[in-house]
Design a protein around this ligand. Structure first.
Ligand SMILES: O=P(O)(O)OC[C@H]1O[C@H](O)[C@H](O)[C@@H](O)[C@@H]1O
Ligand SMILES: [Fe+2]
Length: 201
C-alpha cells in the first residue's frame, strides 16, 4: 500500500495533518473523488445541453476529498471541494447538494479561491444564497441542504468541516430539486425560481 493510501485509510484517532493547495485545492496526500457530469442526471434544468456535454466528453464538474473517519459525533470530517468553471445551458457548474442524514448537523465552508455561491434551503421553506469569495467563510446551519455553485471562470475552492457522523442524504433533492437556480444572465449570475421544483415531499 502506498503512503498516500495508508494516510487516506487511517482511522483518525491520532493527531495528523493534511496538505491542500490554496490555489487549486488539490492534495499531495490523498486521492480525490471526481464527479463527471453524467453522475448528475436530472439535476440541471437544461436536459438538452446536459446531453450534448455528456456526449462531447463528459467533463468533470467537481472533485472533493473525503477522509475516512470513525462514524462518530466526537470526530470532524474535513477536506476541500473544487467546483470547476463551466455551465450547462445557463446554469453554472455546481455540486449535487445534499441534506445531512442527521438533519440537525451544521457545516462550515471557507473559500480559498474562485467565486460563487453556497445555496442553502431547509425543509421549513427558508432559503439563502451566500457569496463565496477568497477569505469568506459560510456557515451552513443545522437542517439546511447545501450546494456550491461556481459563477466565476477559475475553480471554486472551498475547505469544509462537519461532524463525522452527519451523513449525506441525496434522495430528497434528487426528486425535488432546490427551490432556486443560479443562472447566467448577460454574463452576470442571477437567482431564479426553479421551474421544476415541487413542493410535495
Ligand atoms: O456531496 P455533494 O453534494 O456531491 O458535494 C460533494 C462534497 O462537497 C463538500 O465538500 C462536502 O463537505 C462533502 O461532504 C460533499 O460530499
Ligand atoms: Fe454537507
Amino acid at each position: 500500500m502506498s503512503q498516500a493510501n495508508e494516510k487516506a485509510n487511517r482511522i483518525a484517532t491520532l493527531p495528523f495533518s493534511a496538505h491542500f493547495d490554496l490555489a487549486s485545492g488539490l492534495s499531495n496526500d490523498y486521492s480525490s473523488t471526481k464527479r463527471p457530469l453524467s453522475k448528475m442526471l436530472g439535476m440541471y434544468s437544461d436536459a438538452e445541453a446536459f446531453q450534448v456535454l455528456v456526449e462531447a466528453g463528459d467533463p468533470d464538474v467537481y472533485e472533493f476529498y473525503e477522509l475516512t473517519m470513525p462514524d462518530s459525533a466526537n470526530e470532524l470530517l474535513f477536506g476541500t471541494s473544487i467546483v470547476y468553471p463551466g455551465r450547462v445551458g445557463r446554469e453554472y457548474y455546481m455540486t449535487k447538494g445534499h441534506f445531512h442524514t442527521i438533519l440537525d448537523t451544521p457545516e462550515v465552508y471557507y473559500c480559498l479561491n474562485g467565486q460563487g455561491y453556497m445555496l442553502m434551503e431547509n425543509p421549513e421553506g427558508d432559503w439563502k444564497a451566500e457569496r463565496f469569495l477568497p477569505g469568506q467563510a459560510v456557515y451552513v446551519p443545522p437542517r439546511y441542504a447545501h450546494r456550491s455553485i461556481n459563477t466565476g471562470d477559475v475553480p471554486l475552492v472551498t475547505f469544509f468541516v462537519y461532524r463525522a457522523d452527519s451523513g449525506h442524504d441525496y434522495g430528497t433533492l434528487e426528486t425535488k430539486g432546490f427551490r432556486k437556480l443560479i443562472v447566467d444572465r448577460n454574463g452576470q449570475p442571477e437567482i431564479v425560481d426553479n421551474p421544476k421544483w415541487s413542493g410535495e415531499r
